[in-house]
Design a protein around this ligand. Structure first.
Ligand code: THG
Length: 368
């Protein structure tokens, strides 16, 4: 089965699409109505390379939503159960976003520019509509819009070396989930130490689509001896690392506690978050199900394309939502949501895969 994806104005290209296509992208998905590369060489060879060298990722699909105005910080806190009061103007926070029932609408990275200006770097859901609706409904003095910003991620063990060559040695002083504004030519971009892999690296928030390809080319010119290659979020590596994918591993039916994000939810009811009552009640009863790392036994499986039921004594007790073979751990690695009573490490369940039933063992933690 070989097919292509039809591009149009509705399925947006990115400032880096020319570079991605010249480099021979072999598969795309659509995320926030925009193209996201998923494979260059093969998922396994991209994975090997990511863990050894450095990759440049077109993650423009991580669209920014800007909150700008006197009520920007108030609105930002309404959106998330994470306490933002101590957050500095050079920090990024991973933040659950919930509705009034405490259910997950998105799991973005929030970037604080100042008390009156924020970016929300979103996962795949129409969060702009929710934020605009809240701002209008609450009568807040804040503008909410999508600016012309496209993140480019530099990931892998040699990321710092490459970034120092292009942006200068100051990149070495950027702490985890902190950022500096650094110059590329005449433009200063936010450069953060973050990214959707566990291999380390940076994200450059490229402002102005016209700046995309010059930066892309400069990174490849500077990194030839480092074996720099284009890459993308890697399915194997992100499951090994337990990085959740909104729409796959959780959706609007799940709470942050179910997603294992309770450390990003303020336990005391002293912040003005729209879902706080619901989350406090759930904290008292405990979540009914929770995300777990799961090792699926047997031969290498094809990656999961749909939820796979998890069974115990003929009863459904959860589902696996991401799964693939891990060459480094020599097992099928998976992320799933497991009902209370069945999520202890060492529990053996049966997972119904398209390749037949397999034993599924609940792990203590993710692999990396
Ligand atoms: N970077 C930026 N925007 C994004 C993503 C990103 N938007 C979409 C998507 N990814 C949002 N989801 C995640 C999921 C995990 C992380 C970041 C965004 C992540 N988690 C780390 C972890 O789990 O180890 C660290 C979390 C922490 O301790 O704060 O990085 O990747 N700009």
């Amino acid at each position: 089965m070989v097919y292509t994806i039809s591009h149009s104005r509705r399925v947006r290209a990115t400032p880096f699409t020319a570079g991605v296509e010249a480099a021979g992208v072999s598969a795309y998905t659509v995320y926030n109505r925009m193209l996201l590369p998923t494979v260059f060489d093969s998922v396994e060879s991209d994975y090997r390379h990511l863990k050894e060298h450095v990759q440049v990722w077109d993650v423009s699909v991580e669209r920014q939503i800007e909150l700008n105005g006197p009520d920007a910080s108030h609105l930002m806190q309404l959106l998330t159960p994470r306490d933002l009061r101590k957050m500095q103007s050079d920090q990024c926070y991973y933040v659950p976003i919930t509705d009034e029932d405490g259910k997950m609408l998105n799991d973005p990275v929030a970037i604080k520019h100042s008390d009156t200006r924020w970016w929300v770097s979103i996962a795949d859901s129409d969060l702009l509509l929710w934020i605009k609706g809240l701002a209008v409904g609450r009568g807040l003095d804040v503008r909410v819009f999508e600016p012309d910003v496209s993140p480019l991620a530099i990931q892998g063990p040699k990321a710092e070396t490459l970034m120092a060559r292009v942006f200068g040695p100051q990149v070495r002083d950027i702490g985890f989930f902190r950022y500096k504004r650094l110059f590329f030519g005449k433009s200063a971009f936010i450069v953060a130490r973050s990214g959707y892999s566990k291999q380390g690296g940076f994200e450059i928030y490229v402002e102005g689509a016209e700046n995309g390809m010059p930066l892309w080319n400069a990174l490849f010119d500077a990194g030839q001896d480092l074996h720099v290659r284009p890459g993308c979020p890697n399915l194997i590596e992100r499951i090994e690392g337990g990085l959740l994918s909104y729409g796959n591993d959780m959706n609007m039916e799940n709470s942050p506690l179910e997603c294992g994000l309770s450390k990003f939810c303020k336990p005391a009811d002293d912040i003005d978050h729209i879902g706080f009552g619901a989350i406090s009640r759930e904290r008292n009863t405990g979540p009914l199900r929770q995300i777990r790392a799961i090792a699926v036994q047997g031969a290498p499986l094809q990656p999961a394309r749909a939820a796979w039921p998890l069974m115990k004594d003929g009863q459904r007790v959860g589902q696996i939502t991401s799964a693939t073979w891990s060459p480094d751990f020599s097992t099928n690695v998976a992320i799933g949501m497991v009902d209370a009573g069945h999520w202890e490490a060492g529990t053996v369940l049966i997972v119904e895969t398209p390749e037949g039933p397999r034993e599924a063992i609940i792990e203590e933690k993710f692999w990396i």
